[in-house]
Write a protein that binds this ligand. Sequence first.
Ligand code: RB5
Length: 143
Amino acid sequence: MKIAIGNDHAGPDYKKAIAAKLESLGHEVTNFGTDTPESVDYPDFGHPVAQAVSDGNVDFGIVICGTGNGIAMAANQHQNVRAAVCWTKEIADLCRRHNDANIISVPARFTSVPQAVEMVEHFITTAFEGGRHATRVGKITCS
Ligand code: RB5
């Protein structure tokens, strides 16, 4: 799979671990930064990931900030993007099965690196169930 990843200053260590795991599984990971703990603005790193997903250039996106919220809010401004903040592997499963999420947003300050890696593995390997969930997902977009 092709996967885009981006994060603010809360997430470089999480990203490195996630990308290393994904690459060890044979996935192609595109890193949109940031790679240092120097303070940055999360939209600057969430937007390129979301654009890659929206354009169909990657299969999934991964975004990371302190809470997972700000960078998910930025990502969700993009057409065809459904970014889900996840803090357990069960939620990572359900946002794929029920919401057809195409970006997972990781709250780096409220989860561990091993938990984040586990959530991402669940996210990318779980299929959308369709059916009644497709009807609901079809009603998400406003314009
Ligand atoms: C950065 O300090 C923090 O605001 C950011 O990582 C994120 O939590 C925003 O939603």
